[in-house]
Design a protein around this ligand. Structure first.
Ligand SMILES: [Fe+2]
Ligand SMILES: [Fe+2]
Length: 295
């Protein structure tokens, strides 16, 4: 981090697809324990993130009790949490519990101008639909928010508007809502990354002159299987797997956005920065500085 202009840096944590309420009436449900593990892991992250984006599917069924559970969890976090909508959420119930979260035209979409970046948190929910949606009202709002800033922009949305290779979860490339977002973002050229959820896997793809990165879920992950799926043939393939709860850390270093993936799986530390390993670290840093000196 030396010499990289820390005053111009910003560290954003992302959690997604919490699916609280998958086991209704069970306050100790599996998804809650996985979410708690992620918050416990995030509490150890140094430097501390500036904020956490929770990019949709906060709940399983949009139930009031589950938003109340999440409010208690978010309120207890030392880092502010910015919540968003996914296809499993309900705006009205969400806003009953989180009335301070801004929106426009009935959508939970808002801007956070934070330090060197503009953050746009989009709403791709269409109630009753599993996949994404983005109407002309939302497209115009996105267009205006991109046009009015001279800062680099990071866009968060729940549904990645691109084919992801996970056949049963992904979009059809011809879906108009995705093309609509792509056209707006490509036209402005100031979006440094589009950060999504929904697929419950880690995926990165170049798109619209920027990139889409999908963060894996805190809830169980979707199986890594890139074969086509036949709706007429339930072939027994794994769909959901218990890979560890995950989160992402997105670092704006003053020039570009770096995205790291973290796992809250109770992994052990196998080596620490002790005097025993100091020569190794010192040697690597000396080598690095020497490479600059001779260039
Ligand atoms: Fe989800
Ligand atoms: Fe989703």
């Amino acid at each position: 981090m030396r010499g990289d202009g820390r005053s111009q840096s910003l560290l954003i944590a992302q959690i997604t697809d919490l699916h609280i309420g998958f086991e209704p009436g069970n306050p100790d449900e599996f998804n809650r324990r996985r979410l708690d593990a992620v918050f416990a892991e995030l509490a150890t992250v140094q430097p501390r993130p500036d904020f956490i984006v929770a990019s949709g599917d906060l709940t399983e069924n949009g139930d009031l009790v589950d938003y109340l559970t999440l409010k208690a969890i978010f309120d207890a976090s030392p880092v502010p949490v910015l919540p968003m909508m996914g296809n499993h959420d309900l705006r009205e119930t969400f806003w009953e519990v989180f009335p301070e979260v801004p929106g426009h035209d009935g959508f939970v979409e808002y801007v956070v101008d934070k330090g060197p970046l503009r953050i746009l948190l989009l709403d791709t929910l269409e109630v009753g639909r599993h996949g994404g949606a983005f109407c002309d009202i939302r497209a115009r709002w996105l267009d205006e928010r991109l046009a009015e800033t001279d800062k680099p922009v990071v866009v968060f949305l729940h549904h990645p508007p691109v084919q992801t290779g996970i056949d049963w979860m992904t979009i059809n490339a011809a879906e108009p809502w995705a093309a609509k977002i792509e056209a707006v973002i490509a036209r402005h050229g100031n979006v440094v990354a589009v950060l999504a959820g929904h697929i419950h896997r880690s995926i990165n793809v170049a798109w619209a002159g920027t990139r889409i990165s999908v963060c894996p879920s805190t809830a169980p992950q979707v199986a890594l299987d890139l074969r086509e799926i036949d709706p007429a043939n339930p072939d027994g393939r794994p769909l959901i797997v218990s890979e560890p709860p995950a989160y992402a850390l997105h670092l704006w270093n003053g020039q570009t956005l770096l995205s790291h993936l973290g796992l809250a799986d109770g992994h052990a530390v196998l080596a620490s920065y002790t005097p025993q390993l100091q020569p190794m670290v010192e040697g690597m840093l000396v080598e690095r500085e020497a490479a600059v000196a001779v260039s």
